[in-house]
Write a protein that binds this ligand. Sequence first.
Ligand code: G6Q
Length: 544
Amino acid sequence: MTNAIPPLKQRAAWKALTAHHAEVGGRHLRQLFAEDPQRAGRFTLEAVGIHYDFSKQRITQETLAMLLQLADESRVAARRDAMFAGEKLNLTEKRAVLHTALRAPKDAKVTVDGANVVPAVHEVLERMAAFADRIRSGEWKGHTGMPIRNIVNIGIGGSDLGPVMAYEALRPYTRRDLTFRFVSNIDGNDLAEATRDLSPDETLFVIASKTFTTMETMVNAQSARAWSLASLKDDAAVAKHFVAVSTHAAEVSKFGIDTANMFGFWDWVGGRYSMESAIGLSTMIAIGPDAFRDLLAGSYAMDEHFLQAPLAQNLPVVMALLGLWNNHFFDAHTVAVLPYENYLKRFPAYLQQMVMESNGKYVTLEGGRVSHHTSPIYWGEPGTNGQHSFYQLIHQGTRLIPADFIAFVKPAHELGRHHDILIANVIAQAEALAFGKTPDEVRAEGTPDWLVPHRTFEGNRPSNMFFLEALTPFALGSLVALYEHCVFVQGVIWNIDSFDQWGVELGKQLAQRIVGELESKAAPALTHDGSTNALIERYRARRG
Ligand code: G6Q
């Protein structure tokens, strides 16, 4: 399906928004709240257990109506339906985009190239569950007859960030008597640290790689194999200590892993959208098959909401539109993701890949150059830590940084007043950013005149507040799908391919060439630029 929509700036809704921004863009949130006592309720949505308060965005009802008009003109609903129906929306790789099929119920039907993919999804889920149960129960024995106590996931990018984020997020649901480690970096320190205190006869490696050719993962997997066999001293041990998650059976058996111990997925699952495919095997071992199904159920519930809710009440759609409003009309180049939940400490990193690898593109679907910015930069840290560091810039810096606050009513651990204080802080930050503190208020506190400008907060900094009940597997699944669909909607409006990632290729190719030059005994003539040549020569000379 092609998307022959006019360029963004030529769409009628865009033009209307431009005029509208000239009129309302300067209004302060203080004024907007004062004018409309119903504002908080008016700009709050509730779905899939997520209470989404966007009343602290710099919008009026008219803004929202125009943004929704933009979604209409950009054919968001039709593109969404096409994605769920298995059309090949990943244009440059000619692939369907069906991470939503990973969480479809057993009786659903999702067709790719004429075949229903749902039975295969459930078949893999069942194999994963049987395997996870065998590890968790101790039935699966290592080569020396010891049960597995350590699981090391080796993968990178989409084959790492989802599993590690989900493991950290759902720690209270994990088997505490099992140790989980995640190795991604080609830097040998990563594998060395992950294995230094583990015993090979109790350690299982999950080699997670869609292609099974990624340099980092393959080198790490070979070194893990050597580490294992140095102690177990028998090639047959590989079958007990290595399993693979991949779409490439041939490459898996080339590595020496029995394909009976391989868990498959499909080319219609993008790496950064794969944490609920077999790439989630380590997650399933950690939290168990039932909790993993709850994770899928949370994403599925958000999928259904995204599919069925009218655009004006549709969380991912509204969130995406407000992101565009800030990005384009207030020149906000970044978004701070600020979970007030320590278990979500890897969530910003996970979102960085999801958002920026998906929508960090300057080429349109038709191959032209976009005439506007695309993805903002996502970054963040859990609160309250960030408050004692970079929040200064969000409050009083010269750049506008919209924030996504994420908080939960119930903590995993009830510990004195901790949670009340945590939640007081997240609510206070959103309030402070929106309303600030006027010079008069500062003066009234007895501040001397010379200090007043320094202690004044302009406010008018927009934020989203996502308030959920508790960080359960279901809630995590719903949050992941919320952001996935938000990214999708923005990609549709920008008319870009959110599902390829050609931008990572050049560095890979150059590294392949340079590694040959670093390791060659023959000191080859270097034909890079002067700086690159000098760096290569310096390394070669220092390493001897
Ligand atoms: C994600 C990207 C990328 C990918 C890694 C690992 O969307 O495609 O991050 O996940 O490069 O790839 P493999 O799983 O093939 O090793």
